[in-house]
Design a protein around this ligand. Structure first.
Ligand code: ADP
Length: 262
């Protein structure tokens, strides 16, 4: 029954996903067709000046449509999880260059690793995607520049905190991405994990970032927590289940690890 429920929830998410994407995609196509029609009209009338603007607009819509389908493909690929013991600080360090290039010059990034950080049991590729997405969100929330801090630590979740977070009590590796941006309203926080919920202009936001991060964290046995204050900034924490063993062992060895079940 639980599996059925999960399947139903998945189907609902997929329905929302395809419905929303089709809508966005359609808007972009409409814009593109409109520009092409204008172009045709202008050419027919021999008015060949200033055609660049129309061509650029059509190309822009096409590019955004392409990136939308790319994200859909990435989203469907991400459905499968391949959890392995992972050194989270090392993963983040490996992303450093790309993150800096992605957020641009106006945004400072401070990476704060944690000595003695536990090993997490996660899909490394998905965590990389999650951190990248969080940094893109942070950048978008700081149009005039600001600071992103990516920090990790070991987190023990007791009964009380577990109830508060809706998380099994236990040991977790926590990854926090904090920004000094606009912050989120209570309503935005409430809806943030909904697939396709976005406050960004069309073509810029898909509303999939946080829903994918949430899906990844929950499927991994972890959780996501958003703390935000309007005008001050946002911190998103991902709780990842601890792996009891050595990082980056081959999968078979990790499977044999006696402490695995603990
Ligand atoms: P998208 O970024 O494509 O809009 P997300 O699911 O990642 O989709 O985020 C949903 C919404 O949550 C965003 O549109 C934005 O309003 C809000 N949000 C997410 N991260 C932040 C942040 N760091 N600061 C302010 N608002 C944020």
């Amino acid at each position: 029954a639980e599996e059925q429920l999960r399947q139903a929830q998945k189907m609902e998410a997929v329905g929302q996903l395809t419905g929303g994407l089709a809508h966005d995609f359609n808007n972009l196509l409409t814009g593109m067709m409109g520009n092409l029609e204008l172009l045709q009209l202008r050419v027919a009338r021999g008015r060949l000046d200033d055609l660049d603007r129309l061509i650029n607009a059509a190309q822009g819509a096409g590019r955004r449509a392409a990136s939308l389908t790319q994200r859909l493909l990435a989203f469907s690929r991400r459905q499968t999880l391949d959890p392995k013991p992972a050194d989270v600080d090392r993963l983040i360090a490996g992303l450093d260059d790309m993150l800096r290039r992605t957020v641009g010059a106006g945004v400072e990034i401070d990476v704060v690793p944690s000595a003695g950080l536990w090993t997490a049991n996660i899909d490394a590729g998905q965590l990389e995607n999650a951190v990248l997405n969080l940094c893109i969100n942070a950048r978008d929330a700081m149009p005039d520049g600001g600071k992103i801090k990516i920090a990790t630590d070991n987190a023990v979740v007791d009964e009380r905190l577990g109830r508060e977070l809706d998380l099994e009590p236990g040991q977790y590796v926590r990854v926090g991405v904090a920004d000094t941006g606009t912050g989120m309203s209570v309503d935005t926080i409430r809806r943030a994990y909904e697939p396709f919920f976005t406050t960004k202009p069309i073509g810029q936001g898909t509303g999939l970032g946080l829903s994918m991060i949430y899906g990844f964290a929950r499927q991994s046995g972890g959780q996501v927590r958003i703390q935000s204050e309007l005008g001050r900034g946002t911190t998103v924490c991902i709780y990842l289940p601890r792996h009891h063993g050595v990082a980056e062992t081959p999968a078979e060895e990790a499977d044999r690890s006696p402490a695995e079940s603990g």
